[in-house]
Design a protein. Structure first.
Length: 321
């Protein structure tokens, strides 16, 4: 079953859409030394083209040399086994001048097509404004998310077919000079594996998360709570949005996992930890997680991005660190 499901992954397609398409060649997952433009998968949307593909120097293990670190980054989305449309979106954006890398996962909601529109708008707006904005990384990130909220809300107010649409979002902005930043709205998550400890860095903006913090229910009771899918914050539903932004440092051996709730609603954190620890590379980790979520029922769209961090033995110009 897992292998069959895997044939429908969409791997790092621009702002992944509702379609299930044939996989892109594995080299498309590696931002390496290639001058070829990667082709979108057959039938896949390519409205933003493939100009996001960065030419990067790789080491012998296929990792990107990024400042004092080596990175392995992969991502994929799957419609799941129940839903007919995929309202998740995700992407990676590189800023060559600043050396920053932006990873975004969004989980849309609202109407027949509203969720897909909202999540794609959020991802695209963040990628554009974070790169083009002025100021420090935290300020640019906050302004980009606020603008995405404004644009989604404005469109929904003009188009009755999109009324009430919104999206969650989780963002990781990797900054070579440090610190890096994580921002989120809703219940899409960022986890970190560090020195054997696996924990969520974000805190869900959801009803059950509030009930757990208040001691009303236990984490175990949250799994089948009737309000499990009710979130308290999202992009686009209201004119204003409250954003959680925090700085995050990077260390050798870190693994950073971004996901929509289609992953963590199917798999407990203990299983996510095991899959993250055992993944020899980011591509394998992403594949395992999506397969596991579908094997567990695949009740929702599932989107996963995984960034593995390693200490670099040489700089991007090839000289020793």
């Amino acid at each position: 079953m897992g292998a069959a499901l895997g044939r429908h992954w969409r791997l790092f397609a621009p702002a992944a859409t509702a379609r299930c398409v044939a996989p892109i060649a594995e080299k498309a997952l590696v931002f390496g030394e290639t001058k070829e433009r990667l082709r979108p998968a057959p039938g896949g949307a390519a409205s933003r083209g493939t100009n996001w593909v960065a030419i990067r120097r790789l080491n012998d293990e296929g990792r990107e040399i990024w400042g004092e670190f080596e990175l392995a980054i992969a991502g994929a989305t799957h419609v799941g086994r129940i839903r007919k449309a995929n309202q998740d979106a995700y992407d990676r954006f590189d800023d060559p001048e600043r050396g920053e890398i932006l990873l975004v996962v969004a989980d849309g909601m609202g109407g027949h097509r509203g969720g897909e529109v909202a999540s794609r708008m959020a991802v695209g707006t963040l990628g554009k404004l974070c790169r083009e904005g002025e100021g420090d990384p935290r300020t640019r990130l906050a302004h980009a998310i606020e603008r995405a909220n404004f644009e989604i809300h404005k469109l929904a107010s003009k188009d009755r077919t999109l009324e009430g649409m919104g999206t969650t979002i989780v963002v990781l902005l990797l900054c070579p000079e440090g610190p890096s930043f994580v921002a989120h709205v809703g219940d899409s998550r960022l986890y970190r594996l560090r020195s054997g400890e696996f924990e969520p860095i974000t805190e869900d903006h959801s009803v059950v998360s509030l009930l757990i913090r208040n001691g009303t229910i236990t984490p175990e009771e949250a799994w089948d709570h009737p309000k499990r899918n009710q979130i308290m914050r999202s992009l686009g539903v209201r004119a204003d949005v409250e954003i959680d932004i925090a700085d995050i440092d990077l260390r050798d051996g870190d693994a950073l996992l971004l996901c929509s709730d289609g992953l963590n609603s199917m798999l407990p954190d203990s299983e996510l930890k095991t899959l993250t620890q055992r993944a020899l590379d980011a591509h394998t980790g992403v594949a395992w997680m999506i397969d596991a979520a579908n094997q567990a029922g695949g009740k929702d769209n599932t989107t996963v991005m995984l960034a593995q961090v390693h200490a670099s033995v040489c700089k991007a110009d090839g000289t020793d660190v």
